[in-house]
Design a protein. Structure first.
Length: 163
């Protein structure tokens, strides 16, 4: 598995991926932005140039044999929303590629990046109903702190992982 920054040439595959992500009840392309606008946003966020409400973040596509199969977001810091719900690391794997260890690889790469940034622990979250993701986080050393319920969201399992 290769992790790399999104590129403008990824647009067709990213739009396909976005449809799969939406079927899972999540978003890839946010706020009505076009893919080129999102690539620019992700590049700025990786440099620490953030918009209000967002944090510095490395956003990477996961590829197998040149095919985008998922993504990982590595957030360098937490704001109030991320502390309650999103955590330092978010990852998603296309349904056809699940149960092959890719989520574990993405999570491990994210944890390594946070350690390189000087963090000593990482918050990783998942929906309470997402048993597979909870197991992935626990295998990576996640210790459940609590389950939080925010209005309009499914309960969120919050794990801390020592780096």
């Amino acid at each position: 598995m290769q992790l790399r920054l999104p590129q403008l040439g990824d647009e067709k595959e990213a739009l396909r991926l976005d449809e799969l992500v939406r079927l899972d009840g999540m978003e890839l392309l946010t706020g009505g932005r076009t893919f080129p606008e999102m690539v620019q946003l992700w590049e700025r966020e990786a440099r620490g140039e953030t918009e209000p409400g967002r944090v510095p973040c490395d956003y990477l596509f996961a590829l197998i044999n040149g095919e985008i199969i998922g993504y990982v977001s590595v957030r360098h810091e937490l704001n109030a929303f991320l502390l309650d719900r999103g955590g330092h690391i978010g990852y998603w794997v296309a349904p056809i590629h699940r149960r092959k260890g890719y989520a574990s690889q993405m999570l491990r790469c994210g944890l390594d990046r946070l350690k390189a940034l000087g963090l000593d622990r990482a918050l990783v979250t998942c929906n309470d109903s997402n048993i597979a993701s909870a197991a992935t986080i626990e295998r990576a050393g996640g210790i459940l702190e609590d389950i939080r319920q925010l209005p309009g969201h499914e309960p969120t399992r919050r794990y801390w992982i020592a780096l």
